[in-house]
Design a protein around this ligand. Structure first.
Ligand code: FPP
Length: 227
């Protein structure tokens, strides 16, 4: 059987971490327990992506819509985010370049400072690019809120407006927990991405599940609009 290193080399993967709440509910635990386990899985899967030669990974950690959750839950997610930001310095040793996507100005100043520091410290690393989307919103929302005029949008403007400017678009977007939606995540960059959904809740997600997702992607034939 082919080793993961042979079929993951150079891939770009988007991952929607989903199902933390359901995982916790099934166990009679508070939703925050699901996020805690989800954050551990985030770290392990990041390491694994690095080990098997993935070129870039995009994690969906928090969207603008997520602010509508109870304050305790938002606070817990932010604390975990902060905790794992500090642990993210490990990724520097792993030669990862860390990039945060999204409008960070709404986050606490200490997190913003950490994010800036991590990005600067890892900017010249040559290994995998680890993208973490936090307070992420689709460009269309800017238009809806009058922050961008529709007539100013052409392909060049779209690309430069993107937090992912200059990076490879995801080859596939992985959504665990059985949901079949993009939920506003990377709508522009996902134009030709394959969608791989899996029936496993994110806190239960394993390295083996990622192998299965990559195998599924490799079975698909991509035509990019051609024949
Ligand atoms: C979706 O599950 C998950 C989130 C909105 C939060 C994800 C955050 C983390 C894993 C922790 C912090 C981030 C990092 C990068 C360390 P859900 O709560 O919508 O699950 P449900 O659909 O089962 O309710």
């Amino acid at each position: 059987m082919a080793q993961p290193e042979q079929f993951a080399q150079g891939l770009s993967i988007g991952i929607i971490m989903d199902g933390n709440g359901r995982w916790a509910k099934k166990r009679g635990l508070p939703r925050t327990a699901g996020h805690k386990k989800g954050a551990e899985v985030f770290q392990d899967i990041t390491r694994y992506c690095n080990e098997i030669g993935v070129e870039s990974v995009y994690f969906y950690a928090f969207s603008t819509e997520n602010w509508s959750r109870p304050v305790e839950e938002v606070g817990a997610i932010m604390r975990l985010f902060g905790e794992y930001l500090i642990k993210a310095f490990d990724y520097e040793k792993e030669n990862n370049r860390v990039v945060f996507l999204g409008d960070r100005t709404a986050l606490e100043p200490r997190y913003q400072k950490l994010m800036d520091e991590i990005e600067q410290k890892t900017a010249h690393n040559t290994g995998m690019t680890l993208n973490v989307a936090v307070n992420y919103r689709a460009l269309a929302e800017k238009v809806a809120k009058g922050e961008l005029r529709p007539e100013d949008i052409d392909e060049a403007a779209m690309c430069s407006e993107m937090y992912t400017h200059g990076q490879k678009d995801p080859d596939f977007i992985l959504r665990p927990s059985g949901e079949k939606r993009l939920s506003n995540f990377m709508l522009w960059q996902a134009a030709y991405s394959e969608l791989v959904e899996m029936d496993v809740l994110w806190p239960d997600f394993t390295r083996h599940d990622l192998d299965l997702a990559i195998e599924e992607f490799n079975r698909r034939t991509r035509r990019f609009g051609g024949i």
